[in-house]
Every structure is written in structure tokens, then in C-alpha cells.
Design a binder for this molecule. Sequence first.
Ligand code: ZN
Length: 263
Amino acid sequence: MPEGDTIHRAADRLRPALAGQALVRLDAGRARGRRPAPGTLIDDVEAQGKHLRIRFADGTALRTHLRMNGSWHLYRRGERWQRPAHVARAVVEVEDWVAVCFSAPVVELEHDDTATAHLGPDLTNAALTDAQLDAAVERLVTIAGPATPIAVALLDQRVAAGIGNVFKSEVLFIHGIDPFAAVGDLAVDTRRQLLATAAKLLRANATSGGPRVTYAGATAVYGRERQPCRRCGTPIRRRRQGEQARSTYWCPTCQPAIGRAPR
Ligand SMILES: [Zn+2]
């Protein structure tokens, strides 16, 4: 019977296979709502209470509630499924993997309207200008607000469009910035560097079609809770942050606390 910890284990198994990958196919049966188009990047896989959400970069999410009998399986592409196809309620396929949700009573497509309304400059745009980047840097303060933790502000699509949960954590690690630091506690130059690096990574990943993130094709911190930091060996930490309780991964040694933001 799927309890909360089972959902967390399922999310932990699916995350490394799906997050940062381009969607090849989504089958969600009769679920209503907007479907992400093939090619859309998978932003994150999260367990929240008894729900498992697969979030997409376009603001859509596939939410499943497994109740008594539901389960998520992960297969290599072409591998034989252990349960019959007619009890599959959702299928999420990427280049190498197929995630199948069997027998879940609740499969829904959600859409975060704030993710697409009043979008900030699009960092994935190869023709992004310096002026647009400057505008995004300003929006960190004028829209997210100086007291907002930087990791929460980076995800705010009204500040800059395109940064998902993977790159949020990665970019902060690259620059050694504490994800809990308030926007107002960071120098303007630092804010600009964070957004410039995010833009660079997003475009590099868009052209390579996978999570070729920061360390030899892998992530530095995202999805690596309790594993040693690739730079210093300190165990990577994870904490939920912001109203949407999104997971933040960071190295407490490489990204020391700054300012007086509560952690
Ligand atoms: Zn470290």
C-alpha cells in the first residue's frame, strides 16, 4: 500500500531518469488538461504528501495519486513491462527510459497559470540581449522582492522565463551562492552572473537534448541528496523551499550561509 515514503522512493527512482530530459511521449489516457508537447524538458519529479508530480518546463504537470494499488515502474526503452498495458494509466517516455504508472485512480494534468502569465525575458532564447538580461536582473528585486530567497526568485517565471528546478540548484552551486540568501543580500553583479550562467546552461542543454548539466554530463547537486559534493566531498543537502515547496539541493560548504535569511 503506497504510503508517503513509497511515493518518495518512487520519485527518487524516476528523478535521475527523467529530470532534465526532453519528453518523447506522454500518454495520460483520458486525463483532461493541456499536455506538454514532445520535446518539452522535464523540469522535476517530486513527491508531495501522497502525490507524485512530474513537472514540465512549460508549466504543466502530471499529478498521480496512487491510493491502494497504484505504482510507478521504470523501464529501459524496449524492456518488457511487468504488468499488462491495459492497466497503465500514464506513460512518460524519454530517450532512454519509459516510466509507467499502473492502476493509479488519480491521473491529472495540471497547469500553472502563473508560469505563463507575465513572463520575464526568456533565457532560453539564443538571441537574448544584454538589455533583456538586465531587465531580468532588475525583476529579481522589483517582482520577486529583495527579501525573497534567491532560489525561490530564480524559479519565478515572471522574473525570467526558462529556469527550472534542476538549473536553479546547479547555477547557485556553480557560483557558490547560498540558496537561502535573500535577493537583497546579493551584489547586483552576483545576481547578473547567476542569470547569465542560467541562460548559458539552458541554451547548451537545449541543443544537446539532455541533462548535460555541469559535471561531465551529470548534475553537480540536483538529485544528489546525501551524496558527496563533487568539489569538496561534503554530503549534499536537500530542503523544500518557497510556497510551492520545491526541492533545493546545495553543498553547505561550497555555498556557505550569507546574510540573515532564516534557513
Ligand atoms: Zn562542496
